[in-house]
Design a binder for this molecule. Structure first.
Ligand code: GAL
Length: 824
């Protein structure tokens, strides 16, 4: 029956929402975000709070601010905050309220992407695995059980922010909030239920009355007033689905993530800058770098399968929080250059003139003030262009670059002309006490599981994550097989079909082999075995390495042996199917349950003296102590020589390790051409080396003196090669063109101790191999030494005048410098 009362009530409610979300201090139109009446373009960067430590936050935020950002973006990580249903954790580096307050204290804004599905190469896309086990639940679709959970969590987060006055509408830093994440990319297979779900997400979000705009990324059908936004390497062609919405680039991927076995991704500073400049050239309002600081997947937080512990991402701040130069500095200059035009860009009409098929001049002009601001882009991937703009000047625009013209007649920036230093970091072991770590070891207690003794039984092969609820990476599957005198006992193949990710097999307490697929997916383990007459015990240990985080229905993708089948194949292919045997199960390792990783409890382990026979043992715990390296440089653990496992410092997990997983030997090349569209296999580095050799130990995990390091080694390694090191800036290089300023800096309290190369003239080469050109001012080194030696940073005016050769304005001179940084 038509109910007029409820219609009126809901109309009143939605009008209330409407006025709330538009009347407060963050509004927008197609040209600008309008914050407290000011028309703004916004540079933002992703820093995910649990991927660093709370002790690192102030420095990261300050470096983001110094890099010219206006805002910091983060997801909210549901699985970490609600590890068990209705039991919450907001402590330590999960204290996002403190993170937001620090951002506000620094004078920056927050873009809060609640999700709560986040993707993010994060375990299970940020969903707590207990969700998966709720009867009748279906995730990310029109399912009441799921929607209740999502709404409860989202509401809790919003209420926490409201209680701390964190929304801009309350005077706080949050200017934008996001609901869901890239649902549009995977929506089709969910059919009508998907459409109903996304509409519900919008209504649910709106009903929370946060007083700032909501966004949905990669959602071209986002219902109003949700603003749909773009993610990718380039978003200049993107148009929001409402002409009144601002054009926002929520994820400008500055590099890429890495999986075990991958090479190191590298996206050049020139190409990131090109993407950003083109975005603003064609009407962009907000650009967010994904990631600005990638950080570390501590513990078992990495997604999967097979995402590495490092989430460096080739971001402007590296995994440890150091400036990744020249990327950080080149983008900083870009921000400053675009900001010169902020007033004009946000209040003008735009006109594009195609000068050629690849060169476009875009002019923003404000009819009231007469102000102009221009972008001149050359999208040709190989041909440079020289463009004559008549009275506005003549410009050399390299291939695949954008020139920014203040007033449309003064070049202030070109995305391909890098005037920022390159910094080279080295990893060093300096403490003499740490030169030779002394180890003890303890075997993982496996008496029970090797005998087939578990905690519960079932007549089938269970799916792993539903069984472990991701309490551990490990699940034991054990069964007994009876053989009589007539059975053949030799030349038998144990055949196990598994959905992954890693499998170890034992028969009658003896190890028979291990296997995994290089991409972390389904595979078959086949190992020759012998049986004995009577009862035989088959023990299979399945390990997950990060739960899948992306795709339609990704949450239902099985892990572990899940249905198998598991066969014994004898002579003549006689096959015994063990899949519906009685299987015994145990979740996790005994060492994990005993907390052998924690110094407080590690005495529960049977630690033994280390000798040559302690090397290469699978399923083994290793323990040592080390001294905290002096100084403030970031600390890393070099795990070269180890196989696969997890590492803890003073009881805190620094993540999974797998240095024996070597990156392929192909497709790394000495040179990297920034020109042409980027993809993650372009410009890769580190071929033929461990995909991750070093593991970050945040300084806040360390005591003032001695620390306990504990490793669990699953497949065999040599701890004698392990070492504790610091990441120290060593060489800095810079080059700058006539008329500009060369700035050099050894960050973190280091000083410039030697100028190894300096040439004002036309030097060639690159950092590490600079050469003098045909002409060179002979006392270049001396002049640079005078300005820089003993300083943490210095700046040099690159001009003929300051190099003592008069007013040589016709010379297209450059200055190249290579310097050494040291502690004192
Ligand atoms: C996007 C996603 C992010 C992250 C990124 C790749 O699709 O929204 O969370 O996963 O891809 O790093």
């Amino acid at each position: 029956m038509f109910n007029i009362r409820s219609l009126v009530l809901s109309l009143v409610a939605s009008l209330a929402c409407l006025s709330f979300s538009t009347a407060d201090n963050v509004t927008y139109d197609s040209n600008a975000l309008i914050i407290n009446g000011e028309r703004r373009i916004i540079f933002s960067g992703s820093i995910h709070y649990p991927r660093s430590t709370d002790a690192m936050w102030p420095d990261l935020i300050q470096k983001a601010k110094d890099g010219g950002l206006d805002a910091i973006e983060t997801y909210i990580f549901w699985d970490r905050h609600e590890p068990q249903r209705r039991k919450y954790d907001f402590s330590g580096n999960l204290d996002f309220i403190k993170f937001f307050q620090l951002i506000q204290d620094a004078g920056l804004y927050v873009v809060m992407r609640i999700g709560p599905y986040v993707c993010a190469e994060w375990n299970y896309g940020g969903f707590p695995v207990w969700l998966h086990n709720m009867p009748g639940i279906q995730l990310r679709t029109d399912n009441q059980i799921y929607k209740n959970e999502m709404q409860t969590f989202t509401t809790k987060i919003v209420n926490m922010c409201k209680a701390a006055n964190l929304f801009a509408s309350q005077g706080g830093p949050i200017i934008i909030a996001q609901i869901e994440n890239e649902y549009g990319n995977v929506m089709t297979p969910y059919g009508d239920a998907g459409k109903a779900y996304i509409n519900w997400c919008a209504q649910m979000a709106e009903s929370l009355n946060i007083g700032v705009p909501w966004i949905m990324c990669q959602q071209s059908d986002a219902p109003q007033p949700m603003i749909n936004t773009c993610n990718g390497f380039y978003c200049d062609n993107f148009t929001p689905n409402n002409p009144k919405s601002p054009k926002m680039f929520t994820e400008n991927w500055v590099g890429w993530f890495k999986k075990w076995g991958d090479k190191d991704p590298h996206r050049t500073a020139e190409d990131v800058a090109f993407s950003v400049a083109k975005f603003f050239q064609f009407g962009g309002v907000l650009n967010n770098y994904y990631m600005y600081h990638g950080g570390t997947n501590f513990g078992r937080t990495s997604g999967g399968p097979f995402i590495t512990t490092s989430y460096d991402y080739d971001a402007p701040l590296d995994e440890y929080g150091n400036l990744n130069q020249p990327k950080w500095g080149h983008l900083r200059q870009l921000h400053a250059s675009i900001k010169l035009g902020e007033k004009i860009l946000t209040s003008s009409t735009r006109s594009d003139r195609n000068i050629s098929s690849s060169v476009t001049l875009t002019t923003f002009s404000n009819p009231t003030t007469g102000g102009r601001f221009c972008f001149l882009s050359n999208t040709d991937a190989s041909n440079d262009a020289t463009i004559d703009l008549q009275t506005d000047g003549k410009y050399f625009v390299p291939a695949w670059s954008v020139t920014i013209l203040d007033g449309c007649n003064k070049e202030v920036y070109n995305t391909a002309k890098v005037n920022t230093q390159t910094s080279v970091f080295v990893k060093e072991q300096n403490e003499k006490e740490n030169a030779q770590l002394s180890w003890v070891w303890a075997p993982e207690p496996m008496r029970d599981t090797l005998q087939g003794i578990g905690k519960f039984k079932a007549n089938l092969l269970l799916e792993q994550k539903a069984t472990t609820v991701d309490f551990s990476d490990y699940l034991w599957y054990m069964t007994n097989v009876e053989t009589d005198q007539t059975s053949s006992l030799y030349n038998i193949t144990l055949h196990v079909n598994t959905k992954g990710h890693v499998l170890h097999a034992f028969v009658n307490k003896r190890y028979v082999g291990s296997q995994w697929a290089t991409n972390g997916q389904s595979f078959v383990l086949e190992k020759p075995i012998s049986l004995k007459s009577g009862t035989n015990t088959i023990t299979l240990l399945s390990a997950t390495v990060g739960l899948k985080n992306y795709d339609a229905f990704y949450d239902t993708v099985p892990t572990g042996i899940d249905g198998g089948p598991v066969y014994l194949i004898g002579s003549g292919n006689a096959t015994t199917d063990l899949s519906s045997n009685l299987w015994s199960y145990k979740v996790g390792l005994n060492g994990e349950m005993k907390r052998l990783y924690n110094p407080t409890f590690s005495s529960r382990g049977k630690w033994r003296t280390f000798d040559q026979a302690s090397i290469g043992r699978r399923m083994t715990w290793y323990k040592t102590s080390f001294k905290t390296p002096s100084g403030v440089d970031p600390v890393v653990l070099d795990l070269q020589g180890m196989g696969k496992g997890q590492a803890w410092v003073n009881g805190q997990s620094i993540g999974r390790f797998w240095p024996s997983f070597i990156a392929g030997n192909d497709s790394c090349s000495e040179t990297c051409d920034y020109r042409g569209a980027y993809n993650p296999s372009k410009c890769v580095e580190n071929c033929g080396n461990p995909s991750q050799r070093w593991y970050h130990i945040p300084r806040s995990f360390l005591s003032s003196d001695t620390n306990t390091l504990i490793l669990f080694e699953e497949i065999g390694g040599n701890p004698e090669q392990v070492s504790v090191q610091t990441v120290t800036i060593q060489t800095i290089c810079g080059h700058a063109n006539e008329g500009s300023t060369l700035e050099l800096s050894c960050q973190g309290g280091h000083i410039i101790s030697e100028i190894q190369f300096a040439s004002y003239g036309n030097p060639g080469g690159k950092c590490g191999s600079f050469t003098q050109g045909l002409w060179n001012v002979s006392n270049s080194i001396l002049l640079v030494e005078r300005a820089c030696i003993g300083m943490e940073s210095c700046s040099i005016d690159v001009s003929a005048k300051s190099f003592g050769i008069g007013d040589a304005t016709n010379l297209s001179a450059r200055l190249a410098v290579q310097a050494l940084c040291s502690n004192d």
